[in-house]
Design a protein around this ligand. Sequence first.
Ligand code: ZN
Length: 199
Amino acid sequence: MRQLLLAVPFALLPLLSYAHEHEHEHGSLGAHEHGSAQLDVALDGPILEVQLHSPAMNLLGFEHAAQSAEDQATLSATHKQLEQPLQLFGLNGGDCQVSQQQLYSPLFAAEDNDAAHAHKHEHEHEHEHAAKGEHGGHEHSDIQANYRFTCKQPEQLKQLDLAPLFKRFPATQKIQVQLIGPNGQQGKQLSAAEPTLSF
Ligand SMILES: [Zn+2]
């Protein structure tokens, strides 16, 4: 079946679940460089799969567990924005609609846990988690977003435009794109100055 990219995140989950140091040696999929992100795109028939792998810094401006109301608001806004991928990934033509999406981040997991906890215990202990983010070291966290689109006219899909993403998340300075499409595989580094790639 068409599980080209969606099969990968399960293997990546262990990488996302702990903080790591910048100096740490990484494999290509685990690279963590602030300002830089990775995008894997695959078009196979009517199915377009897009997988964004980014340091949380690029999308949130921080990588620690949300501690303040401001952090929570930023986390929530970013989560909502990532749930609207057609506002971030410009697809000219193709008539593509989102059919599946999954967001992964230890920061989102903390958000969900806190929400469940607050609900269960009402307001009694809602701030007790706040202290756990204190530490002497430097934490790093990633965000991964997987999308599957179904395109009614995939042959009309000519270009991927990341300009909206660079505009919405300006801390993202460059995105290394790997694209597999009808013309084979290609790689290109995109930026706000050069945000498009042809299929
Ligand atoms: Zn980092």
